[in-house]
Design a protein around this ligand. Structure first.
Ligand SMILES: NC(=O)c1ccc[n+]([C@@H]2O[C@H](COP(=O)([O-])OP(=O)(O)OC[C@H]3O[C@@H](n4cnc5c(N)ncnc54)[C@H](OP(=O)(O)O)[C@@H]3O)[C@@H](O)[C@H]2O)c1
Length: 274
């Protein structure tokens, strides 16, 4: 099997460039789906406390028999737990549900300023403490814009997980995060499915004898993004991982870049009320 490329984070650790997204996969179903993903070759799993499926992900990790150091596990601190004591309960509960004693990456899920003011600043201090204690190897943020990053003290987040897909590619924000040495994780990399219906992408896929989903995932990889496709359909889980044996040429990459538009499928970080 061709090796998934890895990216080195600013803290010196490395992260597999393809991760498996688990949002909206219920706990009752996620164990089988994650086992199918591990069977297909994924070694990086993205979950969150709010997804309500950490226990099921943990059951898959345990049942897989894959050595812990071959897996890369990310989870996220929910918005109502930014204050220090709550954040500590947050990471401890996530570790307990996942059946792990250490995460690979722990993220602040949203700045959530509309509901919780600037409490994300305190959460960042807590995450630095958790990393120092060895509860997680790396720490980062999600849905953070430059003005949120500017408010943080101490170390720079290793990662910002943001919405990126061909019809909403966030070029300016990506450039700014790269300038700051922050690795970008693309969430909703297929536009939560919406970009799969794009006709230009269908033409590029036909020319490459690949599916639209595979072309989009390649586009993320070739831009140096960590990509987190989700599917609860085993055949699609495998299809989305089968992207290591071809390359998009520069012309195809620029045609996909040209699809950039206003097609945000999630919430704007400054106005999200979650
Ligand atoms: N940090 C954040 O705030 C945040 C926000 C959103 C997402 N995320 C992360 O990013 C991950 C991915 O984002 P997402 O779940 O919004 O969506 P996505 O991966 O962009 O798209 C998933 C959708 O596309 C469908 N799909 C996947 N592969 C396909 C294929 N090969 N052919 C046809 N349809 C396909 C899936 O259907 P089926 O499942 O029915 O197969 C599902 O409806 C999440 O699971 C989560 O881990 C993070």
């Amino acid at each position: 099997m061709t090796q998934v490329p890895a990216i080195q984070l600013s803290d010196g650790t490395s992260i597999p460039q393809i991760g498996f997204g688990t949002w909206r996969i219920p706990d009752s179903k996620v164990t089988g789906v994650v086992l199918a993903a591990l069977e297909a070759g994924y070694r990086h799993i993205d979950t969150a406390a709010i997804y309500g499926n950490e226990r099921g992900v943990g059951r898959a990790i345990a049942a897989s028999g894959i050595p812990r150091d071959e897996l890369y596990i990310t989870t996220k601190l929910w918005n109502d737990a930014h204050l220090t004591a709550d954040a500590r309960r947050g990471i401890e509960n996530s570790l307990m549900r996942l059946g792990l004693d250490r995460l690979d990456l722990y993220l602040i899920h949203w700045p959530a300023t509309l509901q919780y003011g600037d409490s994300y600043i305190e959460a960042w201090d807590a995450l630095q403490q958790f990393k120092a204690e060895g509860l997680t190897r790396s720490i980062g943020v999600s849905n953070f814009l430059p003005h949120h990053l500017d408010a943080l003290s101490g170390e720079t987040p290793a990662v910002d997980q943001i919405e990126v897909h061909p019809t909403f590619s966030q070029r300016a924000l990506r450039d700014e995060l790269t300038r700051r040495g922050i690795t970008i994780q693309s969430y909703s990399p297929l536009g939560s499915g919406a970009d799969l219906r794009n006709r230009e992408l269908a033409r590029i896929a036909a020319r490459n004898s690949k599916s639209v989903s595979q072309v989009i995932i390649r586009w993320h990889l070739q831009h140096g993004l960590v990509v987190l496709p989700k599917s609860q359909t085993p055949i699609r889980v495998r299809e989305n991982f089968d992207v290591l044996d071809f390359e998009l040429d520069a012309h195809a990459m620029s045609r996909i870049d040209a699809l950039d538009g206003d097609n945000r499928v999630g919430w704007h970080p400054d106005t999200a009320r979650l």
